[in-house]
Design a protein. Structure first.
Length: 272
């Protein structure tokens, strides 16, 4: 049972049905109680915890024992602060077996633009960059009051009316126009959710070699490659750890074609 408010069934169901024969149905629960992209409802915890809580909302609503949900985070990338990144998690909760299996996908192609505007301002360059109208928009006051917030805008007339309404109550007489990042309104997010769902399906299909439980896959990435000049460890991948969600079994394997040494240009000591 997939808990969703924003039309995620076509993204999550196909790989699970194809890979493991799971028949997925959607249950329309109010997942906004666990946080919204507009910030009017703050997320109560980390993305994985929120995804699990969403899945359990679906379980509570239907009495099912298998629940699915997804959670996304869009913002400046930790490694590349000037680049917007999208991190998506899709989770399967099996309350009967006591298992939580999840996977993720990331993208730097998410469309997430924002602009402070005045009524009547030429928005054509912004609309082109924001993927409008396929990517819908949100409009809110630029300063001062937090409301009104107009969501899901997909026409120029809707946009004009929303900008005028929000600018009229804003402290600076302007409106904030931004991409609507909810899944049904953001095609560039939907691609990433589908990728995370495909990875989840592959993971659920893999069994632990020790106990046979589903969900065998990567649980840790080991970092540390010596600098070729001074030997200081550089934070580059050297091995991956696969593990089981049901038992403590772990195996370590080198990453494909790991570098024996890191270039001094990446070394924190050489560049101190």
């Amino acid at each position: 049972m997939l808990a969703t408010k924003h039309e995620k069934l076509p993204l999550v169901a196909p790989p699970l049905e194809r890979e493991i024969g799971m028949r997925v149905e959607a249950v329309a629960v109010d997942t906004d109680v666990l946080g919204t992209f507009t910030g009017d409802v703050p997320r109560p915890g980390p993305p994985l915890d929120t995804a699990v809580a969403k899945a359990r909302l679906g379980l509570a609503a239907t009495g099912a024992t298998l629940g699915l949900a997804s959670e996304g985070s869009v913002g400046p990338d930790p490694a590349l602060p000037l680049v917007q990144s999208d991190h998506e998690i899709v989770v399967l909760v099996d309350d009967e077996a006591g298992l939580v299996i999840w996977e993720r996908a990331e993208s730097w192609d998410v469309v997430a633009r924002s602009l402070s505007v005045e009524p009547g301002q030429d928005l054509d360059p912004f609309l082109a960059a924001s993927g409008f109208p396929e990517h819908r928009l949100i409009v809110r006051p630029s300063a001062g009051p937090r409301t009104p917030v107009h969501k899901g805008i997909a026409s120029l007339e809707e946009l004009r009316v929303a900008v005028a309404a929000c600018a009229a109550v804003a402290a600076d007489g302007r409106a904030r126009v931004e991409n609507d990042l909810r899944a049904h309104a953001c095609p560039s997010r939907r691609v990433v959710i589908a990728a995370a769902a495909a990875r989840l399906a592959t993971r659920v299909a893999r069994r632990c070699p020790a106990c046979g439980a589903p969900g065998w896959g990567q649980v840790e990435l080991l970092l540390g490659i010596p600098c070729s000049a001074c030997g200081t460890e550089v934070a580059r991948p050297r091995a991956e750890v696969d593990g089981c969600v049901a038992c403590d079994h772990r195996t370590t394997r080198p990453v494909p074609r790991p570098a024996a040494e890191a270039d001094p240009s990446e070394c924190p000591f050489c560049n101190a």
